[in-house]
Design a protein around this ligand. Sequence first.
Ligand code: UDP
Ligand code: MG
Length: 319
Amino acid sequence: MARQIYSIVIPIYNEEENITEMYRRLSSVMDRLDGEAELILIDDGSRDRSLNMIRELHHHDSRVHYLSFARNFGHQIAVTAGLNFVQGKVAVVMDADLQDPPELIFDMIGKWRQGYQVVYAQRLSRKKEGWFKRFTAYAFYRIFRRLADVDIPSDTGDFCLMDRQVVDVLNTMPERNRYIRGLRAWVGFRQTAIHFERDPRFAGEVKYTFGKSWALAVDGIISLSKVPLRVATYLGLLSAAIAILMIFLVLYWRFFDPASPLIGYSLITIAVFFIGSVQLVSIGILGEYIGRIYEEVKGRPIYTLKETGGVIKSSEIKY
Ligand code: UDP
Ligand code: MG
C-alpha cells in the first residue's frame, strides 16, 4: 500500500450540515498538496446523518478513512483516536465546521519543511465571538499559564500540524484525561505558531456547550498542574490566621469594650461557615484529583469503536 505523507484528522459530532462543504474544501487542498494525503474522519457517536455521509465519502474517495465511536466520547478523545490511526509523516488536526481554514495547511507544511515539528495555529482576534466567550477564554488562558507546568501559548486551539515523531510520542502517553493542546505543549520539540483569523462556524450549532468548555478547562488545569492542591493548604493557613486574629479581637472586646454587639453568636456563626467552606473547597479540589486517579486506575479503553473503514493502527506503520 502506498504510504501517505499527509494525514488530516477531523473529529465529527452531528455535523451533517458541514460535512459536504468541509470535504469539498479539503479535497481541493489535498489535490494541490505535493504528496499523497489521507483524511481520517472520526465519528464521535453522532446521532444525525453524519456517519452515513462519512461512509459515502469513504466509498467514493479512497483517501477518506474513518472510525466510528460506539457513543459520544468528546472532542479530545476523538482527536486522540484519530492520531492512533495516522499513516502519514505529518498529521494535521482540525475541526469539521470550517472554523479552521483548510487552506492554512499549506503554510503549516511550509513551516514543517523548515524543520518545525509542531506548528500550531494561533487566533489573532475573536471579533466574531460573543463577549462572554471572549472574556472566559481570555481569563482561562491567563490563569492557566500561571498554574500549569508547561507554557501553553494563549489563544491556540487544537488546530495544528504535528510531525510523525510527535504523534508517536502522544500515542504512547497512556492517560485518558486528554487535554491535547496541553500534551502537545508538554512533549516539547521544535514548535512554532502561525497566525490566523478564526472564521465563524459554516453551519450548525456549537457542540461545545458552556458545560463542556468548563469541563475542558478543569481537565486542562488538573492534568498539567498541582497548584490547586497547594491552594487547599493556603486556604487552611488563611483560615488559621483569621482564627488567631479573632482570638485577639475577642480578648480586646472582653477587656475594653464588653458591650460590643460583635461578640457572641454572629462571630461564632461566621467562623463556623468560614471554616466549613474552606474544608469543603479543599475536599472538592482533592476530589478532582482523586476522581481522575480512579479513572486512570480502572484502565479501561479510552474509546470504543463500532465501525472502521480503511484505517491501520499507526503503531503498525514503520517509517
Ligand atoms: N466535537 C466532537 N465531539 C463532541 C463535541 C464536538 O467530536 O462531543 C467536534 C465537532 O464536531 C467539531 C469540533 O469538535 O468538529 C469542535 O467543536 P465546536 O465547533 O462545537 O467547538 P468550538 O468551535 O467552539 O471549539
Ligand atoms: Mg467550532
